[in-house]
Design a protein around this ligand. Structure first.
Ligand SMILES: O=C(O)C(=O)C[C@]1(C(=O)O)C=C[C@@H](O)C=C1
Length: 115
């Protein structure tokens, strides 16, 4: 059975430690969002470059190298490598969707955007 502790019952020291940890979590989440935004700015340029030169949206050989590298980085950082791989695959799948839509727009003569 789970017991629910109402916020007023929490020991003040525990409450403080939780708040301190949550502050750091919020900072880390913000950094992740900013880093992802920068990554997507780069991949958007890659998408336009690929569309202009009729290159395929996906590059499985590059992905294999990225995953191997990320798994090693994760292991060294004591992060679950399987999680790191799933996370990268999730991001790359989204990037490929963007590349495909940029390529479709190029074929359909949509007004090209910068990059
Ligand atoms: O490097 C590329 O060719 C990209 O399109 C970028 C990227 C990535 O998001 O890292 C995305 C799709 C490819 O399959 C491989 C890598």
């Amino acid at each position: 059975m789970t017991s629910n502790t109402s916020p007023g019952d929490i020991d003040p020291a525990v409450r403080e430690e939780l708040a301190r940890l949550r502050d750091s979590i919020d900072n880390i989440d913000a950094a992740v969002v900013h880093m992802l935004a920068e990554r997507f700015k780069c991949t958007q340029q890659v998408g336009h470059l690929k569309a202009r030169h009729r290159l395929p949206p996906a590059d499985p050989a590059r992905e294999t190298r990225q995953i191997a590298r990320l798994r090693t980085l994760a292991e060294n950082a004591k992060l679950d490598p399987a999680f790191a791989e799933k996370f990268l695959n999730f991001i790359i799948a989204e990037v490929i969707r963007h590349h495909e839509s940029i390529a479709e727009d190029a074929v359909n003569g949509a007004a090209p955007t910068a990059n």
